[in-house]
Write a protein that binds this ligand. Structure first.
Ligand SMILES: NC(=O)c1ccc[n+]([C@@H]2O[C@H](COP(=O)([O-])OP(=O)(O)OC[C@H]3O[C@@H](n4cnc5c(N)ncnc54)[C@H](O)[C@@H]3O)[C@@H](O)[C@H]2O)c1
Ligand SMILES: [Zn+2]
Ligand SMILES: [Zn+2]
Length: 350
């Protein structure tokens, strides 16, 4: 057996390249080595390539999502054995540090978001998964492997950072700024709480159409010159929106969120921001609003897996393109120009 593998490496700003790398080995008893079956590209990978993520150095193998087969496990791994089909969580959890024990493994002292960031990630044939017991989930048989790739990041991020932090409640109005896969993950999971309105806002008319197909009650294409604030006020009787979810990560969209939040409402930021944004306290100080930020904990993934297994949450509509791993450059081109290519999630098969 060859001891090298193919891997997608962040080789220079703006540039991902397919390279030969040594296969990973078990370094600690709690590690597993998994053989990737399917992976995908996240908006965050695009932020890394732009240089927005200071913790991720060049030379890193990218990727924090996917489904895999366990190849080998260290002596300290209890829940998994070679041959098991698993979902890789984007968050690594030691399950025992102070943060993990309070349900916030995003800040695990020896884990958190490290895959494809500070350690090598899932856009490679083999991956070392630290703390495998807390960082992998068994796959279910009732949903396809592609549907379960959405458990790695898209669904828990949309749900935890958007829906739970945004306090979506029955009858409330929700606006989601950014209809990418994560924004759509927030939209799909917000329906668990029966909001009365789900308004999707995006620059891309195609993404708005997809959002409507998947359950948005209203869509606003925020092309240049569109009065987005006026449109939202028109839909909400001039009040604004109870929950505004920021799912882009640029100053313009966070500013828009501040303009459309209703009195007493919540702005739940989930976009990864690479530069500073103005906070308009001169307009918001008396509005009784809440602003939340969160790195996904993926602590709701076991619950979300049950809902995917039961058919309550349907994620198949989020996948638009499929490539072979050898076509990774094409997959990045497609996802990087998502509007032109009518792309949402691209699945890469190994
Ligand atoms: N907080 C977390 O833990 C976490 C986890 C995963 C992803 N993220 C972040 O979530 C965000 C969304 O991820 P994604 O994979 O869906 O990304 P994406 O790039 O596919 O989607 C972003 C969407 O925003 C739209 N957009 C861009 N500029 C806009 C503007 N000015 N007005 C309106 N819409 C605009 C784009 O057309 C696109 O549809 C990214 O910032 C990503 O880094 C955060
Ligand atoms: Zn991600
Ligand atoms: Zn921990």
């Amino acid at each position: 057996m060859s001891d090298t593998m193919k891997a997608l490496v962040f080789s220079a700003k703006g540039q991902p390249t397919l390279q030969d790398r040594p296969q990973p080995a078990i370094l600690k008893a709690t590690d597993a080595i998994v053989k990737m079956v399917k992976t995908t590209i996240c908006g965050t990978d695009l932020h890394i390539l732009k240089g927005d993520v200071a913790t991720c150095d060049t030379g890193r193998i990218l990727g924090h999502e996917g489904v895999a087969v366990v190849q080998s496990v260290g002596d300290g791994v209890a829940r998994f054995k070679p041959g098991d089909n698993v979902i890789v969580s984007c968050i690594t959890s030691c399950s025992s540090c102070e943060y993990c024990r309070k349900g916030m493994p995003s800040h695990c002292i020896d884990g958190g978001w490290i895959l494809g960031n500070t350690i090598d990630g899932t856009q490679a044939e083999f991956v070392r998964i630290p703390y495998a017991d807390g960082s992998l989930h068994p796959m279910v048989k009732s949903a396809t492997a592609e549907e379960q790739v959405m458990i790695s990041d898209v669904l828990p991020t949309g749900f935890e950072c958007g829906v739970l932090n945004g306090k979506v409640a029955p009858g409330n109005s929700v606006a989601i700024v950014g209809g990418g896969p994560v924004g759509l993950g927030a939209m799909i999971t917000s329906k668990l709480y029966s909001p009365s309105q789900i308004i999707m806002i995006d620059l891309d008319a195609n993404r708005i159409e997809m959002a409507k197909t998947l359950g948005a009650t209203h869509g606003i294409v925020s092309a240049q010159g569109t009065d987005v604030v006026g449109a939202v006020m028109g839909l909400t009787g001039g009040k604004g929106v109870d929950t505004v979810i920021e799912a882009v990560g640029v100053p313009a969209t966070f500013e828009l969120c501040q303009e459309i939040v209703a009195p007493g409402g919540t702005i739940a930021n989930l976009g990864v921001h690479g530069c500073k944004v103005d906070l308009h306290l001169e307009k918001l100080w008396d509005r009784n609003i809440t602003i939340t930020t969160r790195l996904v904990d993926a602590s709701t993934s076991p619950m979300l897996i049950k809902l995917v297994d039961a058919g309550t949450l349907k994620t198949a509509g989020l996948v638009t393109h499929t490539y072979k791993f050898s076509e990774m450059a094409k997959a990045y081109d497609t996802f990087g120009a998502a509007a032109k290519n009518n792309a949402l999630k691209v699945i890469i098969n190994f």
